[in-house]
Design a protein around this ligand. Structure first.
Ligand SMILES: C[C@@]1(CC(=O)O)C2=NC(=C\c3[nH]c(c(CCC(=O)O)c3CC(=O)O)Cc3[nH]c(c(CC(=O)O)c3CCC(=O)O)/C=C3\N/C(=C\2)[C@@H](CCC(=O)O)[C@]3(C)CC(=O)O)/[C@H]1CCC(=O)O
Ligand SMILES: NC(=O)c1ccc[n+]([C@@H]2O[C@H](COP(=O)([O-])OP(=O)(O)OC[C@H]3O[C@@H](n4cnc5c(N)ncnc54)[C@H](O)[C@@H]3O)[C@@H](O)[C@H]2O)c1
Length: 197
């Protein structure tokens, strides 16, 4: 079986600066992905034209700045993450060379060979978040898996998580005792879930 060697992480986008180049359909998709996960993400967008929907989305987010002009290399200053979403492949290649030199992690939309990281398909149920990747083989299947899991996981997951947190905060004892209690509790939940289905 082939192996997916991608290493998943969950980034705190409010802690650093992201540059998005492109404000068309693909740019809108990427901006939506960023803001749906974190409405407070710090994002500078550079594009010489924008879809109205992109402008509307940006206006509703306090830390998004739209810049109306073509990309300039100075836009990379003080950026830790870059997403390229224009219709200009040559420009993407040029920018990627520079971001590699500067050590800035870069996603080039729809161009796996130029990406340092891929965007995942994200299941969100309150505090629970599951990232899905098909190793770039089928973004459509990733989307379908997301839809399947979104339906399969009940909305009550949030209250379960809230209760777990309350219980966890109240637990006394050393680390290994806490671990044992939490493992026992969650394993009995899974057994109950299996019986109920
Ligand atoms: C998950 C998601 C996240 C997001 O983008 O936010 C995402 N693509 C999504 C949708 C989607 N993208 C495309 C279609 C059209 C149908 C199809 O081709 O399947 C659909 C479906 C649709 O829109 O319905 C076109 C496409 N995408 C890539 C290529 C190039 C290639 O494969 O070579 C082409 C062909 C372009 C062309 O033909 O020109 C490449 C990538 N797309 C990835 C992520 C990364 C791999 C993720 C993984 O490991 O699975 C990777 C490698 C890089 C990246 O872009 O980060 C998001 C679903 C969000 C959701 O709804 O849950
Ligand atoms: N639309 C889709 O869903 C889709 C799907 C798969 C692939 N693609 C491909 O992805 C690419 C982008 O598609 P799109 O629909 O977002 O295109 P688009 O024409 O809607 O948007 C292109 C964006 O790139 C910006 N741009 C171009 N040159 C720039 C520069 N030098 N500096 C800054 N910004 C610049 C434009 O201002 C615009 O905002 C195309 O090559 C398209 O073929 C699109």
């Amino acid at each position: 079986m082939s192996q997916n060697t991608l290493f998943p992480v969950f980034l705190k986008l409010e802690n650093f600066n992201t540059l998005l180049v492109g404000g068309g359909n693909v740019g809108l998709e990427k901006l939506t992905a960023l803001l749906v996960n974190n409405p407070l993400a710090n994002v500078m967008v550079v594009a010489d034209r924008y879809l109205e929907e992109t402008e509307k989305l940006a206006k509703s987010s306090p830390n998004v700045v739209l810049t109306y002009r073509k990309f300039e290399f100075d836009d990379l200053n003080n950026k830790q993450l870059v997403i390229l979403a224009t219709d200009n492949f040559e420009l993407h290649k040029e920018i990627k060379l520079k971001t590699t030199e500067l050590g800035i992690l870069t996603n080039v939309a729809d161009t796996p060979a130029l990406c340092d990281f891929y965007l995942g398909s994200i299941v969100r149920k309150g505090d629970l978040k599951i990232a899905i990747s098909t190793n770039g083989k089928s973004p459509t299947l990733a989307k379908r898996m997301r839809q399947y899991l979104e339906e399969a996981i009940p909305d009550s997951m949030q209250s379960l998580l809230d209760n777990m947190k309350t219980f966890r905060d109240k637990l006394k004892g050393d680390f290994s005792t806490k671990l044992e209690v939490l493992n026992d509790l969650t394993s009995s939940m899974i057994e109950k879930e299996k019986k109920d289905n």
